[in-house]
Ligand binder design. Structure first.
Ligand SMILES: [Zn+2]
Ligand SMILES: [Zn+2]
Length: 485
């Protein structure tokens, strides 16, 4: 089947997509406050003829946009949230916050992510309308990927499970299939309550909640020796109980993130952290209560869908870099903590595919990375020690995702460099390329039912004997600011 009209549609949409992505970059709204970004994306898809539902799954900034009817049902997942503290002027080669040091910025490139997925949905819609074939395309507007695990709450409310397959991508520095598993996690808030008193005049009457937080953190730091290697524990003190040293602090809060390869391990480890909190309360004669803010599942990739994306990689021409683009990329690479060579060496060490590892090792001297990293079906099972809420979608239906080279070699995620490049020509080209890869892959799924069937079969096999742990019922989607006392 000839899919060239799908790619042409995206070329025609490019100016609208650039404007959409820039608009989201400018708003830079963080978890669960993405009112305008969500409105922009939903408005674009409504204009393309989609039926949209705002406030989907009980989350004000989540939405769905649907077109078509019947099977196969293909989902495209889009994110659009920013990060706090990563404000940065665009196209400036040094750290230069645009809106003050604490302001938000798109340091994870989600302006590009959501826009490319929306563009892909528009192209798939046009294909469905033209061909008149059976099938449904659903764009999921997924808020709060950072710190809020929007997709986990959406999954709890029933999202993704009636899909045959779902696809997404993420901006990065290499064009490669996202084959790794990620860590499941849970975010837990511990609130300690003590008794205030004059810290000099009557210290014996005080019971310090801040002491309890400190002791809890010491206990948790000792726990690290006795947990599995791949587990991670991080904490942030969100309430110190005040700023007066001469008052015994009667309240103090700390938020813990606990991560493990599987949700069941997260449960076990967080149970041990709760015991440490209780121990700290006992030592200080304070009381403690805890609540789960959110959780997310590990990512389970589909090799069938990875293969589909990889085929599309090789059918969509890669962006070519002009001399100007190369100069631009080199300038950003020069500001990054690792040189392109060091960064590529690290990437090669983590690559799941043997062929991919060998390929990257041969490219260590390359200063520009507009190539495709080889992937093969026999790739290893590897793990990255981060988390994504795409994990929760991947427990509901077969999901695959890829990275595209939107940033200069060496650019770390969550950095001012990533924010600075978010409106650049290279980032836009990667966004368009990604939209084409997603759209082409989705159209193949619509026209070749055996592909979706193979993905579902693989999914059923992978899920045998595994249990999904949804976000606990007491947790609700909450903006990060609500955690600060
Ligand atoms: Zn991120
Ligand atoms: Zn991200």
């Amino acid at each position: 089947m000839d899919f060239s009209a799908v790619l042409r549609k995206l070329d025609a949409e490019a100016p609208a997509l650039d404007a959409l992505s820039d608009g989201i970059w400018e708003k830079a709204e963080i978890s669960y406050t993405e009112k305008e970004s969500s409105r922009l994306l939903a408005g674009y898809l409504r204009g393309q003829g989609f039926e949209t539902v705002s406030g989907a799954y009980g989350i004000p900034t989540a939405f769905t946009a649907r077109f078509g009817s019947g099977s196969p049902r293909i989902g495209l997942l889009g994110e659009f949230d920013a990060l706090s503290g990563l404000s940065q002027k665009a196209e400036v080669f040094e750290k230069c916050p645009a809106g003050g040091a604490a302001a938000n910025g798109h340091g994870c490139g989600h302006n590009l992510l959501g826009t490319a997925a929306a563009g892909a949905a528009a192209a798939v819609k046009e294909f469905l309308a033209r061909e008149g074939c059976s099938g449904t395309v659903v764009f999921y507007g997924c808020p709060a990927e950072e710190n809020g695990s929007g997709k986990a709450f959406m999954a709890r409310a029933g999202a993704f499970k009636d899909l045959d397959c779902a696809l997404t991508w993420h901006p990065g520095v290499l064009n490669r299939i996202f084959s790794e598993s990620t860590l499941a996690n849970v975010l837990v808030q511990f609130c300690f309550h003590g008794i205030s008193s004059h810290a000099g005049g009557a210290p014996e009457l005080g019971r310090s909640a801040l002491d309890a937080v400190e002791l809890m953190n010491v206990g948790a730091n000792y726990l690290r020796e006795h947990m599995i290697d791949d587990a991670r524990i991080h904490y942030a003190v969100t309430n110190t109980g005040g700023t007066s040293p001469n008052v015994v602090q009667a309240s103090a809060d700390v938020v813990y993130m606990i991560r493990c390869p599987e949700s069941s391990q997260v449960r076990e480890l967080s149970g041990r952290v709760v015991k440490i909190a209780e121990g700290a309360a006992l030592m200080t004669e304070t009381t403690v209560e805890h609540r789960i803010i959110k959780s997310c599942a590990n990512f389970i990739s589909s090799r069938v869908l990875e293969g589909l994306l990889y085929d599309s990689f090789r059918e969509v021409p890669l962006p070519e870099y002009s001399r100007e683009d190369r100069e631009y990329l080199e300038k950003f690479s020069a500001t990054c903590p690792k040189s392109p060579e060091e960064a590529l060496r690290t990437a090669a060490g983590r690559e799941a595919s043997r062929e991919g590892r060998a390929f990257l090792k041969q490219r260590l001297k390359d200063r520009f990375w507009n190539f495709i990293v080889p992937w093969d079906r026999d790739r290893d099972d590897t793990l990255i020690r981060g988390s994504t809420d795409v994990g929760d979608a991947s427990w509901m239906c077969p999901v695959a995702q890829f990275y595209a080279a939107a940033w200069a070699p060496g650019t770390p995620g969550h950095s001012w460099q990533a924010t600075a490049q978010g409106k650049g020509k290279v980032a836009r080209a990667a966004m368009l390329w990604s939209a084409k890869v997603l759209a082409l892959s989705a159209c193949k799924l619509l026209t070749r039912p055996e592909l979706a069937a193979a993905a579902r079969e693989e999914f059923a096999e992978t899920m045998k004997g595994r249990t999904y742990f949804p976000v606990p019922p007491e947790a609700r989607p909450a903006a990060l600011a609500e955690l600060q006392a």
